[in-house]
Design a binder for this molecule. Sequence first.
Ligand SMILES: [Zn+2]
Length: 297
Amino acid sequence: MILDGHIHTSNTPERECRESLLERMAEAGVSGGMLLSMDPLGDGKCLSAAERLDKLFSITGGRPNLYTAYWIDPTADDAARQVDLAVSYDVNAFKVICSRFHPSDARAMDTYRKISETGRPVLFHSGICWDGIDSANNHRPGGFECLINIPNLKFTLAHVSWPWCDECIAVYGKFNNAYYWRDDVSCEMFVDITPGTPPLWREEVFKKLFCGDYDVGHNVIFGTDSYAHKYNVTWTRDWMQRDGELYEKFGLAGADGFLEHIYGQNLLRFLGLSDEKFEKKVPMVAESANDTRVRKI
Ligand SMILES: [Zn+2]
């Protein structure tokens, strides 16, 4: 089963959108995925929170394997009310793009804390953002270190933070290493490999992400950035083909459970829909590097 962890929705009629999505996903060999509501500050700014949620759920409602992420502006005056509203719809996750504020903005931090208390994860855009404004400093992976103090938060950085992929991988290592320093750290980082990384960079990024020292097998999520109403079959197939060749090249394709996790199990665990238990290797430095330390997840 292949799940796509990053699918946008837009203001097209729900019925048309749902039919086209299901058809095209089947054609691409994808069984489902996570759909993101419209942008509260962009194409969805004329719609209320309830209207954006209604629209999202009218596409996904009742369909097995279609999950929902409510796109929230965590700095909005009524952000707490929006979290409650989205939870009343039983949304699976939240989505945030920090273009107009730093990830550590105090209002946003309060909202992430509230989201975490509901047991929902957050998908953040990270990397250069095609938003038409000066925003790079709000999207760098290092800026998300502030989340380390939010109890039990699961979050993912989209696009391997392209072009700051090295920094993204380093921040992932830092979050895992923090389990050594502090028993109270319970935040967990995931990496969303939605392109993002243009084809030219993919091999280098995958080599660094998958063949380095960090234990990433349970924390990487496949996604395409397609739109629900025109789910891009060719784009999806091309990326799966390209990625598949790299997984073969790096000897990962045959590794036990590897592809199942990247293409579905990790998204389900991110969403709290899998109770998979495992031990994550805690990366260490220098004289401690041979110590085998793990954090039970
Ligand atoms: Zn996206």
